[in-house]
Design a protein around this ligand. Sequence first.
Ligand SMILES: *Cc1c(COP(=O)(O)O)cnc(C)c1O
Length: 570
Amino acid sequence: MKKFVKPAGLALAFAIVSISFLACGKEKNDSLKLRNVGKYEQSMTKDAAAQMEKELGAFEITAEQRELAKENIAGYKVIDAGRGNPNWINTKARFAFTRFMNFALSECQRTLNNGDMAGHADKNGIGERFDKSMNPSDKTDAFRIKAIDYCVKNLNMNKDEIVYELLNGIIGDFYPSPSRCLKNTEVILNHYLESVLYNGNKLADQTLVLPTEGGSAAMCYIFHTLSHNKLLRPGDKIAIATPIFTPYLQIPSVNNYGLVSINGSSEDKNNWDISEKELEKLESKEIKAFFLVNPSNPASHALSDATLKRLEEVVKKNPNLIILTDDVYGTFVDSFETVYSRIPHNTILVYSFSKLYGATGWRIGLIATNKDNVMDELLSKLPKKDMDALNKEYSIVTTEPESMKFIDRVAADSRSIGLYHTSGLSTPSQIFMDLIALTNLVEGEKDPYIEQSNELVRQRYLTLMNELHLPADASNENARYYTLIDVNEVIKKNYDENFANWKIANKTDIQFLNDLAKKKGVVLMYGPGFDAQQGTVRISLANNNAEDYKELARRLFELLDEYHAEYSAE
Ligand SMILES: *Cc1c(COP(=O)(O)O)cnc(C)c1O
């Protein structure tokens, strides 16, 4: 972002922030909009432009396929396994949210009750009134009692304070304060992250949290602040573990960074781990940042323990490496451990509630960094000229800009610094995140909801693989939220090699996907668009029921049989 000038500069600042937003967010629309950012396109390297063209193509194709599928020749009901939006939701947190809203409203009416107008809730004695309003034999109330008990007993919170924070937050009658994250909310979210992502490591007390409008906003904010604060400069090399969620491939291109692809698909098809040869690349001090989705999207695999250990070694050789990990699928792997848990000093963690809790419309996610981290260290070592300029900018909002932490800069930058005092995620959204987190925390070791979600996608995955006659990958690292299928493997397994070669020579990947949509009403995603190898398709296991995957496989074979007839006729 350009130097902050007020007040005329404000519009400019917003414009620049919004450009970086275009690279994220909703898959299709925003990717397409990038086309119009002419200035950025011109300044891109040829490779980056070609890369982007490829990705835009992938999204345009999927959009086109959706249209084709609607009017498919067979007249089938559309099966769209392209999207990652889950077809389930969590009810416990939503029921609790509604009840807390009702209780909060009655509390507000205690201080002023005149027609449609009420006052602010009164903190005094609010915990006691909460207890009195509970019906312990009701399922939702039983959870609410447990949740508040957990906060008081396990997290050492004052009952009036936590109930008041939840109520006030839900009502939304105050600006978020502290603006980065509400006080008790930060503790709850930290314990949730510790519970689901750290595999037993205790980091809750040493981690800072910034709730954001989903994981995509988190990524945009982080990249913006890294660049604005000169921790990444144009031309700097960034390593990205590929294949990866397409919009993420675009962020570095838009910002003009040099891209180094770290191939996450090794020769062994069943092993999606990063090979030693690839990991070695990260040891070069030229690489300033390493960006990964873990468990990955589209391959849906978590890094192995051995790779995590190897990454710890990498960071010893490249101690200033900034690792950015998006762990939105972490809970879909048993005993998952995030890179942040192993390398807290170097890692920025992004998490989102979108997938597991069926909450994509809420836009709720977060950024977490360690209190002691390499970004803050690098900020303190910036060249004097850069530091002076940044200190001047942040002095609008703090008297000690030089000691302003990276994560607080992210919060400030998210409102173009000048409007820092109005930064922070909406309080009802923060409280909804608390309630979700508490559904997990009150369960202790095993969370039945998480187990249920894992079982759900596992059954879908097994059904699909069984129907396609492909070996199922039973490794613990397999998250099974998506699967990346090599169509040529399917052909080889179910027909023969000659037919597979004929298909490669006569039907492009796109043609195949178009035929599947147009003739059979099935929408899948184009693997190479994620930087995965030719011939692959991503099938989402999140948005259809098991029997739909059976039908999907049947239709796929129906199309392949038609291809086979063509091949035989030749
Ligand atoms: C779906 C997804 C997210 C979630 O993004 P939100 O903005 O929180 O909805 C984040 N990262 C990846 C890789 C995803 O696939």
